[in-house]
Write a protein that binds this ligand. Structure first.
Ligand code: PGA
Ligand code: ZN
Length: 419
């Protein structure tokens, strides 16, 4: 069978989990295979991310990005081998010509990039994870949003995500079972405390108006116990502070401090208290995206004992990650395909991180869809960890459920600490 070539590329606007427009792309090949992908969208975005093209009118749709796919990207790719992913992505980068994909839009480019990968996998008759596997495929450990704050839940809490790390799990499905027990226990606990637990944030975590970050941490520990898990042994806590969104030139603004922000030093002391008191094993964006000095200090103090993840800090960008590696900043990278804008570049960042001994957490965005691609990417790269949001809301479950399907053929799993 000869390799199949791209015969037709179609794009349209569809809606994401916040009811905002986003780009969907379909790629059809000469051997009647096809693939489809929908691009996600963030809310607490990093300043250094690739540019998501949004129409400048009040509708804020993605008609221009769709038009760019149809009229600029498609003509450049028709007739090309669909399996030549690196070459296809390179062609699109050249056509865009900007360092941050601002001309054609990272959303336009990524839609095509991912849809090509799906079409290529289909043309070979393989599931996407298998098509992309270079020998290290395994099921990831999920870090799961339990309580949402920050920009994802109306600013109820300073910290954006309080997550469960089911570190005692020996398989993906066991991790998921542990997680739903804690999620339900937490719901009962919040209800008993008088909070309306049914209200969830953008990523499906509970969004209660708790009086403090510490109370969220206490509730999560208690929910672990009520689910029959021992904190620190069976399950632990991960935080995504999303600190860029708490930061101004005056420092870090926490609700409890009113008009008086903390400097990096003082904020690190505050974090150190939490680390001493609670079973926290991973912190993402503990400091702001350009507070490199603070990040160096954070890493030298806690880098041995904690996973320190850069999201807004690294924005899945090879140059920012390299600076982190060179300066001893963080020890893990959050991988969001739409922060960088092509599949090839995202896969390269995973490889770069791995070679430097940095861990990888493949991550969804707060604006998601029914597209399960991320689950396949997490498996294919063998990244070891995935962050998709909570175990409620179908745009999250699209990925969790896809992982359950994949587990039937590939049970290999990366327990905590082995990736
Ligand atoms: P975002 O949030 O998708 O709104 O950027 C996710 C995160 O900060 O990890
Ligand atoms: Zn984040």
């Amino acid at each position: 069978m000869g390799e199949s070539v791209i015969q037709r590329i179609h794009a349209r606007e569809v809606l994401d989990s916040r009811g905002r427009h986003t780009v969907e792309v379909e790629v059809h090949t000469s051997n009647s295979a096809w693939g489809r992908a929908i691009v996600p969208s963030g809310a607490s975005t990093g300043r250094h991310e690739a540019v998501e093209l949004r129409d400048p009118d009040s509708r804020a749709g993605v008609r221009q990005a769709v038009a760019n796919v149809l009229h600029l990207l498609a003509p450049a790719l028709l007739g090309q081998q669909v399996t030549a992913q690196r070459d296809l992505d390179r062609r699109m980068l050249a056509l865009d010509g900007t360092p941050n994909k601002s001309r054609l839009g990272a959303n336009a480019i990524l839609g095509v990039s991912l849809a090509c990968a799906h079409a290529a996998a289909a043309s070979r008759g393989q599931p996407l994870w298998q098509y992309l596997d270079r020998g290290s495929a395994c099921l990831p450990l999920p870090m799961v949003n339990m309580i949402s704050g920050g920009l994802h839940a109306g600013g109820n809490l300073d910290v954006q995500d309080f997550l469960l790390l089911p570190i005692g799990a020996r398989s993906y499905s066991e991790a998921l079972e542990m997680t739903i027990l804690v999620y339900r226990a937490l719901g009962r606990l919040l209800r008993a405390l008088g909070y309306e637990s049914a209200l969830v944030g953008d990523e499906g975590g509970y969004g209660p108006k708790l009086p403090s970050n510490e109370m969220a941490l206490d509730c999560l520990v208690q929910a672990m116990r009520q689910a029959g898990l021992q904190p620190g042994r069976d399950a632990a806590i991960a935080l995504d502070v999303a600190a860029s969104h708490l930061y101004s030139s005056q420092g870090y603004h926490l609700r409890e401090l009113g008009e008086h922000p903390m400097g990096s030093e003082q904020w690190l002391e505050h974090l150190a208290d939490w680390i001493r008191t609670y079973p926290i094993l991973s912190i993402e964006d503990a400091l702001a995206e350009d507070d490199w000095a603070g990040w160096r200090e954070l890493t030298s103090r806690f880098g041995k004992q904690l996973q320190l993840v850069g999201d807004d800090l690294f924005v899945t960008h090879p140059q920012r990650l390299q600076r982190g590696i060179d300066e001893g900043v963080a020890n893990a990278v959050l991988v969001k395909v739409n922060q960088i804008g092509t599949l090839t570049e995202a896969l390269d960042v995973v490889e770069q991180a791995r070679q430097a001994g940095y861990r990888c957490v493949v991550s969804a965005r707060s604006g998601e869809t029914e597209d399960p691609t991320l689950a396949d990417l997490a498996v294919a790269t063998g990244a070891g960890q995935i962050k998709i949001g909570s175990v409620a809301r179908s745009e999250r479950l699209a990925k969790y459920n896809q992982l359950l399907r994949i587990e039937e053929t590939l049970p290999r799993f990366a327990p905590w600490g082995t990736n």
